[in-house]
Design a protein around this ligand. Structure first.
Ligand code: MN
Length: 228
């Protein structure tokens, strides 16, 4: 039996609807700029740019139901995203095979210290201090594929203090979930426990302490996240 030189860090786990069994998180990938603000994509678009990804840390995912306003920023933005949870993975996964690796889906927020991200962008530096801060990704309960199927269309909405700020449809994703999984698997070995935040529709903007975010995605229900 292995003994450890220090205390073993806790495994990050997420709740799953309809069961007490938890989903253990391995890695968190986030896709950048993935919604066309206008027309629904139909098939292949030769003009679309290759997707790009960044990562958050597994323990940035937060199921507490509230978002603590982070230090070192005065411009923290909401980004409502559908999270995709993988039950298996591999390298060079074919697009046609990709959905077989999906365990379920959840509501999530890719909260962003936009001011810090902007400074890093200007300097050509990595984004971590803007993106991968503590509790930067509030996430809801996971709905399994067995329960809700695969979600590729349906309304996506975020309100701040009752006012709609972000709205779109899952079918406006430029890179669809199977394409995202396939593309990522060319660069990384995907595996059970990986989580992909699938990008945000138009309308991102700042929140303040005391605000309330109401988020919903058709098929995944709704969640209220106060900024504390
Ligand atoms: Mn995002």
């Amino acid at each position: 039996m292995t003994t450890y030189a220090i205390e073993v860090p806790a495994v990050v786990t997420l709740p799953v609807a309809g069961t007490d069994a938890k989903f253990p998180v391995r890695r968190v990938y986030c896709i950048g700029r993935n919604y066309a603000a206008h027309a629904i994509e139909m098939g292949h678009d030769p003009d679309r740019e290759a997707p790009f990804f960044f990562q958050k840390n597994p323990n940035n995912l937060d199921v507490s139901g509230e978002f603590p306003y982070p230090a070192k920023s005065s411009d923290v933005h909401h980004e409502l995203e559908m999270a995709v949870m993988l039950q298996s993975g591999g390298d060079n996964i074919a697009i046609e095979d990709a959905l077989n690796h999906v365990f379920g889906y959840a509501l999530s927020l890719d909260m962003t210290r936009r001011d810090l991200q902007g400074e890093q962008k200007k300097l050509g530096r990595p984004w971590e201090i803007g993106k991968a801060f503590e509790r930067s990704a509030p996430v809801g309960i996971i709905h399994t594929v067995d329960d809700v199927g695969h979600l590729d269309r349906g309304r996506v909405e975020l309100k701040v203090n009752g006012e709609v700020k972000q709205e779109g449809d899952l079918n406006q994703m430029i890179w669809k979930v199977p394409e995202m999984i396939s593309y990522l698997s060319e660069y990384f070995t995907l595996a059970a426990g990986d989580v992909i935040l699938s990008g945000t529709p138009a309308g991102v903007g700042p929140v303040q302490r005391g605000d309330t975010m109401d988020i919903s995605i058709a098929g995944l229900g709704a969640m209220t996240v106060p900024v504390v």
